[in-house]
Design a protein around this ligand. Sequence first.
Ligand code: AMP
Ligand code: GLY
Length: 440
Amino acid sequence: MLESILLIGSGGREHALASNLRNSASCNRLWCTPGNPGIGRVAEIVDVDADDSEGIALWCKNQGVSLVVIGPEQPLAQGLADNLRSRGIDVFGPSKRAAALETSKSFAKEFMRRHNIPTAPFKKFLFPDEGSPQNAINNEAGTKAVTQAAMEYIDGHEMPVVIKYDGLAAGKGVVVAETRDAAERAIADMAHGAFGDAGIVIEGFLRGREASVFAVCDGTNYVVLAPSQDHKRIGEGNTGKNTGGMGAYAPVAWFDASILRKVINNVIEPTIAGMAAEGNPFVGCLYCGLMIDDSGNPFVVEYNARFGDPETQAVLTVLDADLAALLASAARGSVDTSSINSTARGVAVNVVLASAGYPDAYEKGHVITGIEEAEQDASIRVFHAGTKSRGGETVTDGGRVLGVTAIADTLDEARRRAYSACKTIDFKGKYYRTDIGAVV
Ligand code: AMP
Ligand code: GLY
């Protein structure tokens, strides 16, 4: 079947999704909202408000859209997939309740406990409800009591501990506390509403190597894509602040077949079966953020209910598949494994070009040059993340600006090509890590 697809989102992940959808034999027409200048080269940008599910549904009906693909977590958290499905539109993306695997850390942790899925030990702490009729003094006393209980829990455990905000926090709600003081500070910050008033989860620190695995799910069955590795810290050698991700590569050489088998048996299959058994079948991309210990055993660090960013830019670059057919089949409840030839042809490296200052304050509006020149090399794809058009030029418009992606037969060659393209592209304040794919 030929698909007419509406893609929702505007980042580097959506640019990667858009280019693979565009290159799918089964994709007839592709729209994107809100999109970005890079996506505008492969999809028709439309102006339908992503927060207005009624408006999107109406627009889809009018245009004859056969499939909606939802990129980011916010619309999933708001129930966009449910609203569209209830109007008879096929959607690749989980329901609001299934997306709780990502939107609520405590739901995810309790789910894993119920289904024996390996993860770090944890305890959940709720703050006094800001919206309740309690007065501010009661809230302050309540917050103090919760903080004390949390500190007592921490005292019973080895350091470091990991403190996580229990709601969406754009990747910034996680603190690995090495000391008791740092833990207390993190709890106080979260208690005072740094992100909201959803409470916290405190969990044990997992040691090992991190990897991300995506499963394209239809509620019952799944297809696993190439394992990837994200580099979350801003600085060389995995140092400094956490970011949305400074680069990624796929597949990961050390992630061998025996590790994959354990991930499938101990994580992916029980997660999909557990969600279905609880009445929340997961349709969409199940992102398993994993820690693999020295014996090759996987533990879940986090779930996301969508494709990862920037891993997707690497994973889809090596994927040999009709992505439109794959996602449409999953959305319709029978994921089509025949739409995939290979989960990884070669190795892809994605290097994020960021604005100086990111993840803190940074400047916007600087002219970007060299993208077309870099793309003269057929092995290079430059994904736009934070850009906009201004009078015929492309200018910087975000912390993460571009994802420069190269594919080659080996990791070393992919790295060489990606970094050569990173030098060709320029803008004022360009910053990137030089060790993407070279550190674990
Ligand atoms: P999350 O948003 O839950 O993925 O956490 C962000 C990052 O913090 C992860 O990618 C890990 O590097 C680190 N992290 C989170 N939880 C743990 C844990 N239990 N043990 C070790 N590192 C963790
Ligand atoms: N790369 C991490 C994420 O997408 O959440």
